[in-house]
Design a protein around this ligand. Structure first.
Ligand code: GCU
Length: 666
C-alpha cells in the first residue's frame, strides 16, 4: 500500500527485455575497499538496490579481482571531496569501478550507478566523472518544535522532537538516503521563524541524535538561530551584536553545540523581517548581526546563511526594491564564512518572478539561492507543478553583471566572482504523509533541487525523465506522457493563476485561491490590489522610471529585456508595466483578450493533464493512479475558480466582457 513511501528509490525488478539483461547477467558480486559507517550504508544500499533491480542474489566478495563491481578510494584531484568516477573496465575481467577520494564520494557514486540501472542506461561502456558544482546543497525545513510545518502541506514535521533523542525513526534514515541519492548534503532542521528553545541543552541532544543518524549519509545538520536567544534563553538584557556579553553568549553556545556535533553546519538566520528580531533593533546592520554569529562558528568551520528576505512596513517603498536597497550597500562587509541567502525572485516565491536583482549585485559576497519546494503559492500539496522549469528559468537568466553570459547560475556556483563558498537551498516540501510530499508528483521537486544543485546545467527534461523512470516506470509511454505533463505543468499553473506577469494576487494568509479584489489588511503590500493595480485604464505595476523604478536595480543590459513595454517579454509584462486593456499583444489580441485567453489556457492545460493521466491507468499501481487522478480533479476545479474569479473581477474593473463559451466543470 505504501507505494509512495519509497520515493525514487524503488528498486523494482528491471524489465527482462531491456538492454539491461546483460548487466543482469554480469553483476553478481561487488567489492568494497575499507570500512566506515558510510561504506556500511553504501554496501546495504547496493545489495538492496542491485538484488531488487536485477532480481537475484547479490553478494559481497572480499576479493577485488573477482568482483563485478569494485568500489575503492582513488587519489584523483579532479574529483574533489564529493565527486566520483564510474568506469567500465574491460582490461582483464570486465568490471565496473566506482572511485572517489572520500567515502561520501563513493556513496554518491553508488547511488548514481543505481540511478543508471534504474533508468535503463547501458552499463557496458561507462566512463563517467562527476562532481558537484555547488558546495552546500541544503534543505530548509520550516518545521516548528511542535511539529507544525509553516507552509507545509504534507502532514506534520518528520522530526519528532518528543521521542528524540531516544528513538530514531526509520523515516530519518530513509530521508537521509533520499537526500544522499541526489547529493543533498545539508539540512536546516528548524523554521526560519525560529524558536530559541532549539538551543537549549535538552534540544541540542535531540539535534545531536539526528546529526549522528544523518552523518553516514554525508548530511550535515544546521539550525535556525533566533536573534534574541541570548535574552530569551540566556537572561541577558540585550541581543545587541556588538555587546560583549552577547558575543560571549553566542561563542559559548557555538562551543556547546560543536562539542556535541563536531561537524555542525552552522546557522540560518531570518532577522528583521516579518516581525523577527534582529540587529536593527539595536541600530546595527545585517552585517553586524551576521558577523557576530560568523565569528562564533568560525573556529569550527561553521557557516552563517543570512537571509535577504526583508521588507519593512515602515517604508512605503515598492517591496520589490527593499532587499536590494538594504543588502547591496553591505557588500564587502561580511565575514568570509557568511553567505547571503536570496529568494529567487524579489517578492516571494510567485509562480513566475524575474530573478532577484541582488544576484550579481554583490560581487564580494557569496550569495546563496533559496528556492521553494513546498508549493506555497503554487497550489500547495494539491496541484501538480513541476518546478524544475522555474528553477532553470532563474538559473539561466543573465544578470549581465560582468557582461553577457553572467548567468544567475554562475553567481550561485561561485564562478562569476570566484567564491569558494557556494550554496543552494530548497524550502522542503516534506512532511510525515505516507508519501512524504502529499502529491506524488511533488517528490519530483525535492529530487530536482538535489540534481540541479549538483549540476545546474542539467535540463528540466533530463531530470524529469530520470525521476519518472525511477518513480513510475521505464515504460516509454509512461515516460513520454508524464514528462509532457510535468514540463507543461508550471506554465499551465502560471496561466490559470498569474498570467502575463501578474503576481501575489492569492488569498491573503493561506496564499491558495484567488483574491484579486483584495481586502483591508494591516500592510498595503500584503494586499493583492497593491500588486496588480488594475483600474479602468489598464493593469500592471509600473516599475519603470516613471513608476517605482525597481528596474534600475538591474544592470542596464538585463533591464533592457523589460524596460520598454512594447518589447518586454510578455511573460513579465505586468511585473513592470501598467498596460492599457486595449493594447495589442504579440498574438494580435488586445491585452484584455490575451488575459482571458491565458486564463482559459490554464484551465485547458489542467484538462489535458487529466486526459494524459487517464491514458496511463494500465501502467500505474491503483493507489498512486487514483491519488493523482483525484488531485487533478481538485486542480481542475481550482483552475476554473481562479479563471472565473480573476476574470470576473477584472471585467468589473475594466468594464469589458468575458468571452463566452468557456468550459466548466461537469
Ligand atoms: C513567506 C511565507 C512565510 C515565511 C516567509 C519567509 O512570506 O508566507 O510563511 O515565513 O516567506 O520566507 O521568511
Amino acid at each position: 500500500a505504501e507505494d509512495g513511501y519509497r520515493l525514487w528509490l524503488r528498486y523494482d525488478p528491471l524489465p527482462q527485455t531491456s538492454a539491461l539483461l546483460s548487466s543482469r547477467q554480469q553483476i553478481t558480486t561487488f567489492f568494497i575497499q575499507g570500512q566506515s559507517p558510510t561504506l556500511a550504508v553504501l554496501s546495504r544500499e547496493l545489495s538492496t538496490g542491485l538484488s531488487g533491480l536485477l532480481n537475484k542474489e547479490i553478494t559481497i566478495t572480499p576479493a577485488a579481482a573477482t568482483a563485478d563491481i569494485v568500489i575503492s578510494k582513488s587519489n584523483n584531484e579532479r574529483l574533489g571531496t564529493e565527486g566520483f568516477s564510474i568506469i567500465t573496465s574491460t582490461t582483464g575481467r570486465r568490471q565496473i569501478r566506482i572511485s572517489a577520494n572520500t567515502d561520501v564520494g563513493l556513496l554518491y557514486g553508488a547511488f548514481h550507478f543505481l540511478r543508471l540501472l534504474q533508468t535503463g542506461h547501458p552499463t557496458s561502456n561507462l566512463n563517467i566523472t562527476s562532481k558537484p558544482g555547488i558546495r552546500h546543497r541544503i534543505l530548509n525545513h520550516w518545521d516548528n518544535l511542535d511539529r507544525y510545518v509553516e507552509r507545509g502541506y504534507a502532514g506534520i514535521s518528520i522530526f519528532n522532537w518528543h521521542t528524540l533523542p531516544g528513538y530514531i525513526d526509520k523515516r530519518y534514515i530513509d530521508y537521509a538516503r533520499a537526500n544522499a541519492s541526489v547529493g543533498i548534503n545539508g539540512t536546516v532542521l528548524t523554521n526560519v521563524n525560529a524558536n530559541a528553545y532549539i538551543l537549549t541543552p535538552d534540544y541540542l541532544l535531540k539535534v545531536k541524535a539526528l546529526a549522528d543518524a544523518f552523518r553516514p549519509y554525508g548530511l550535515k545538520v544546521y539550525l535556525t538561530a533566533r536573534f534574541s536567544a541570548p535574552m530569551e534563553m540566556g537572561g541577558l538584557k540585550t541581543a545587541d551584536p556588538l555587546d560583549a556579553d552577547v558575543k560571549a553568549w553566542w561563542n559559548n553556545k557555538a562551543k556547546e553545540i560543536y562539542q556535541l556535533i563536531p561537524d555542525f553546519g552552522g546557522f540560518l538566520v531570518k532577522a528583521n523581517s516579518e516581525g523577527q528580531p534582529g540587529p536593527q533593533d539595536y541600530q546595527r546592520t545585517h552585517a553586524d548581526g551576521a558577523n557576530m554569529l560568523a565569528d562564533a562558528v568560525a573556529p569550527y568551520n561553521g557557516i552563517i546563511m543570512w537571509r535577504a528576505f526583508v521588507y519593512s512596513h515602515e517604508t512605503p517603498e515598492d517591496r520589490f526594491k527593499q532587499a536590494y536597497n538594504e543588502f547591496k550597500p553591505l557588500d564587502g562587509q561580511f565575514r568570509k564564512n557568511v553567505m547571503v541567502q536570496v529568494k529567487n525572485g524579489p517578492i516571494d516565491f510567485q509562480p513566475r518572478e524575474p530573478f532577484s536583482p541582488l544576484f550579481g549585485a554583490m560581487p564580494q559576497t557569496p550569495v546563496l539561492m533559496e528556492f521553494q519546494l513546498t508549493q506555497e503559492y503554487l497550489g500547495q500539496g494539491t496541484h501538480l507543478a513541476y518546478e524544475a522549469p522555474l528553477f532553470k528559468e532563474v538559473l539561466d537568466a543573465d544578470t549581465y553583471a560582468k557582461g553577457k553570459g553572467s548567468t544567475v547560475a554562475k553567481v550561485i556556483n561561485g564562478s562569476l566572482y570566484d567564491h569558494p563558498l557556494t550554496g543552494i537551498a530548497g524550502v522542503a516540501n516534506i512532511g510525515n504523509d505516507i508519501n512524504w510530499c502529499s502529491h506524488p508528483f511533488a517528490q519530483a521537486n525535492w529530487y530536482a533541487l538535489g540534481r540541479l544543485a549538483w549540476n545546474t546545467a542539467l535540463s528540466s527534461e533530463t531530470i524529469a525523465e530520470e525521476w519518472i523512470k525511477q518513480t513510475w516506470s521505464n515504460n516509454s509511454k509512461v515516460v513520454a506522457v508524464c514528462k509532457q505533463m510535468m514540463l507543461d505543468s508550471r506554465e499551465t499553473l502560471v496561466n490559470y493563476m498569474t498570467p502575463l506577469g501578474l503576481h501575489h494576487i492569492m488569498g491573503n494568509g493561506h496564499h491558495y485561491g484567488p483574491l484579486p479584489w483584495g481586502k483591508s489588511l494591516p500592510r498595503a503590500d500584503w494586499n493583492p490590489v497593491y500588486y496588480h493595480r488594475a483600474d479602468k485604464a489598464g493593469i500592471g505595476f509600473n516599475r519603470t522610471a516613471t513608476g517605482s523604478n525597481a528596474l534600475a536595480q538591474y544592470t542596464p543590459e538585463a533591464a533592457l529585456l523589460w524596460r520598454d513595454s512594447t518589447t518586454c517579454d510578455e511573460k513579465f509584462l505586468l511585473w513592470f508595466h501598467h498596460i492599457s486593456w486595449q493594447r495589442p499583444m504579440h498574438s494580435g489580441r488586445s491585452l484584455w483578450e490575451e488575459l482571458c485567453y491565458k486564463y482559459n489556457e490554464g484551465v485547458r492545460g489542467v484538462k489535458t493533464m487529466q486526459q494524459q493521466w487517464s491514458s496511463l491507468q494500465q501502467y500505474i499501481d491503483t493507489e498512486r493512479f487514483s491519488q493523482v487522478q483525484q488531485l487533478l480533479t481538485i486542480q481542475y476545479n481550482d483552475a476554473v475558480w481562479w479563471r472565473d474569479a480573476c476574470l470576473s473581477y477584472f471585467s468589473d474593473i475594466s468594464g469589458l466582457a468575458i468571452p463566452a463559451g468557456y468550459e466548466r466543470p461537469a
